[in-house]
Design a protein around this ligand. Structure first.
Ligand SMILES: [Fe+2]
Ligand SMILES: [Fe+2]
Length: 268
């Protein structure tokens, strides 16, 4: 069953095994070999002994990309995000499998989880190119904490995970990729651009299901988005927004612009 497989992946601590199992489960789902079933996800996914998890405030400041150490720190931080993203993909499938959603909902999130596994593998490979590996540096637990605030309601989860956190990735990734190119690291830049293209699709999946669920519940999506972000996500949304990528994902600016923490630079 899909949910049983999802929970088994959440309970897998080793990152490489988690990624491989994710792609295998996705293949089985796409082949039509699985029922959805029911299985309860753990409160927290299993994690390896390393990296050590620290509060976000205690994380060392990122170093310049010009140094190899700075690039390793960036790739490591991104690998950690992608590992969390794998678990978030399977968690949404298992946790909300009892909702009255069509099979296409599971198709979409299985696709997301499988792509997150690929993202983790690409970053782990790039770390290996630099003689480093995931677990070498500390990481922070902010991403899972944000998600843990939304275990009760699928609309809360969709508002915070794809539409705040993954959309934030769209805002910051092009600049990171450009900076990597400027320090003559086109391979790392290419990994980030590949991830960026996929992430537009993940935000699109988030918007599609958020809107559909709102309609089913008789809610106005933009209003529902702001209400849920206000209740479930600490802090506002940081501009500038990548309106082009967000629009490509079908995410209307009128949903999120009123939540900007301060005016975007060109509006000041
Ligand atoms: Fe990703
Ligand atoms: Fe994603």
């Amino acid at each position: 069953m899909l949910t049983v497989g999802a929970v088994a992946i959440l309970a897998t601590a080793d990152p490489a095994t988690k990624a491989t199992a994710s792609r295998r489960l996705a293949e089985m789902w796409c082949a039509g070999a699985l029922e959805i079933g029911r299985a309860l996800p753990p409160r927290r996914p299993a994690r390896p002994g390393r990296p050590l998890l620290r509060p976000p405030k205690e994380m060392p400041k990122r170093r310049a990309f010009g140094s190899v150490a700075g690039r390793i720190a960036l790739l490591h931080a991104l690998a950690h995000i992608e590992l969390n993203a794998i678990d978030l993909g399977w968690d949404i499938i298992a946790r909300f499998s009892g909702e009255s959603v069509p099979r296409a909902f599971f198709d979409d999130w299985v696709g997301v989880a499988s792509e997150e596994a690929r993202h983790f593998e690409l970053l782990a490979q790039r770390l290996a190119d630099f003689g480093a590996r995931y677990g070498d540096l500390p990481a922070h637990d902010g991403l899972w904490e944000s998600a843990a605030a939304t275990t009760d309601d699928l609309l809360d989860r969709l508002a915070v995970v794809p539409l705040v956190l993954e959309a934030r990735g769209l805002d910051v990734t092009p600049e990171m990729a450009a900076r990597l190119e400027r320090v003559d690291d086109p391979q790392s830049a290419a990994v980030l651009r590949r991830i960026y293209e996929d992430e537009i699709g993940h935000v699109a999946v988030g918007v599609r299901w958020f809107d559909r669920l709102c309609r089913a519940r008789g809610l106005v999506p933009g209003e529902a988005f702001r209400e849920r972000v206000g209740r479930c996500f600490k802090g506002g949304l940081k501009p500038p927004f990548n309106a082009e990528a967000r629009t490509a994902a079908g995410f209307p600016a009128r949903y999120y612009e009123p939540l900007a923490t301060r005016p975007a630079r060109n509006e000041e």
